[in-house]
Write a protein that binds this ligand. Structure first.
Ligand SMILES: Cc1ncc(COP(=O)(O)O)c(C=O)c1O
Length: 426
């Protein structure tokens, strides 16, 4: 684990905030990350030095504002290795990105009876928009099952025809799973299990069958290096606030050739080329997908967050977060009363969910809060996954670059104390 002492100093809230007079141990970054002073300053600077509306005014301040916003778009494009800045649509976050694709692409390209493939580990943000569309258009939804380690089950094609016992199908072949599937939307990193899905291989196989894919990168973009030129998704969505940026800003990547298949999402000011009393003509992409005044300060803040992460290096961030979460998962497994969910291997990214025998997750979170430790408890917006796991709620600790081994140790020690006390009372 890299030394993050200097990193922690950049985060005012982690320096100043106290819970019940105890310094804060923040282990809820999967919900939202804390913000470094550089990001806070960038947003402040925007309002103090650059604020004007974009793409409209011809005065210098407005031109400067437009330039800064478009530079932020270029930063986001570079961050994920997009071929062009124009493949980046700014949204409010991953939720809006997914809704945008369901409305602007899927509504116009999928037909009655078509199957959308999701997985059993999706966040509600990647279930509800598809259920709504499926109901309206007569589409079907199929859920890719997971195994007891919280990993996608790789279904093999049925043994038939020339297939012999000594000639098994390729390992990793998705076989029958993709039959009739016309669109896939899947999470890269599960916000409950921490599972890292092999999206690049899945995309490759889906594309061999001409199936477009949306990747929900809400939990991966903050923690893993992402390169869309290598991964080749058709669409990829993430949120700024989970990667040190402000709330209310996110990125939707759309592969250039997919834009031609999309209708507009929202309509109004800024996304138009011309409007008469009779009709309107729209701008070209990506601007025609950004109706109305955007979260300009948010985009500037997100660019600053990207700068911050890139200065550390995404491979360093990823290594740090994975070491920390695996260390914690291992310590949790050593406690007999604890059940840990998700991969048993080290293929786990930044989150670990668990239950403690006899103590409800909400009680655990409250008792940890007494010690200044913030964790999440509940269904983490994955109710179907919790149903599959057979629990109504789990506790979840999640880590980021400003956390260190001391945070993990304080958490484990506090948890052990709580369990010991609870057992004495019960
Ligand atoms: C995997 C995943 N997808 C989508 C979302 C939705 O993100 P947002 O609420 O920022 O739009 C989240 C948020 O927790 C998430 O974890």
């Amino acid at each position: 684990m890299s030394n993050t002492n200097n990193i922690k100093k950049d985060f005012p809230l982690l320096q100043e905030a106290k819970v019940k007079h105890k310094p804060l141990v923040y282990l809820d970054s999967a919900a939202t990350s804390q913000k470094p002073k550089q990001v806070i300053q960038a947003e402040k600077d925007w309002y103090e030095k650059y604020n004007a509306n974009i793409h409209r005014g011809v005065y210098e301040l407005a031109e400067q504002a437009t330039m800064k916003y478009e530079i932020a778009r270029a930063k986001a494009a570079k961050f994920i290795g997009a071929e062009s800045n124009r493949e980046i649509v700014f949204t409010r976050g991953a939720t809006e990105g997914i809704n945008l694709i369901s409305e602007a692409w899927a509504r116009h390209n999928l037909n009655r009876g078509d199957i959308i493939l999701l997985t059993e580990m999706e966040h509600h943000a990647n279930i509800v928009p598809w259920q709504k569309l499926a109901k309206e258009k007569g589409l079907k939804i199929k859920y890719w099952p997971i195994d007891e380690n919280g990993e996608l089950i790789t279904l093999q094609p049925p043994l038939s025809g020339g297939q012999q016992k000594n000639n098994p199908p390729d390992k990793g072949d998705l076989g029958d799973l993709l039959k009739g599937v016309k669109f896939i939307s899947l999470v890269h990193v599960s916000n409950t299990l921490g599972t890292i899905n092999p999206v690049t291989q899945i995309i490759k196989q889906a594309h061999q069958k001409n199936i477009p894919i949306l990747v929900d990168a809400a939990q991966s973009a903050p923690h893993l290096p992402i390169n869309v030129r290598k991964m080749q998704p058709d669409f990829l969505a993430f949120s700024g606030h989970k990667m040190l940026g402000p709330t209310g800003i996110g990125v939707l990547y759309v592969k250039r050739e997919r834009f031609a298949e999309m209708d507009v999402y929202q309509t109004g000011g800024d996304m138009i080329q011309s409007v008469t009393f009779k009709k309107s003509e729209y701008k070209t992409y990506p601007w025609k997908f950004e109706a109305g005044t955007q979260n300009l300060a948010g985009a500037i803040g997100l660019a600053s967050a990207i700068n911050y992460l890139q200065a550390i290096g995404m491979s360093v961030v990823s290594k740090h977060d994975q070491l920390l979460v695996n260390y914690t998962a291992k310590k949790l497994r050593e406690i007999p009363e604890v059940t840990v969910y998700g991969p048993k291997t080290i293929k786990r990214c930044s989150v670990v969910s668990f239950t403690v025998e006899g103590i409800h997750a909400h009680d655990l979170a409250s008792l940890l809060d007494e010690q200044g430790i913030c964790i999440r408890a509940g269904h983490h917006c994955t109710m179907p996954l919790h149903e599959k796991l057979g629990v109504s709620a789990t506790a979840r600790a999640s880590f980021y670059i400003y956390n260190d081994k001391q945070d993990a140790d304080k958490f484990i020690k506090a948890l052990q104390k709580i369990i010991k006390k609870w057992k004495q009372v019960m």
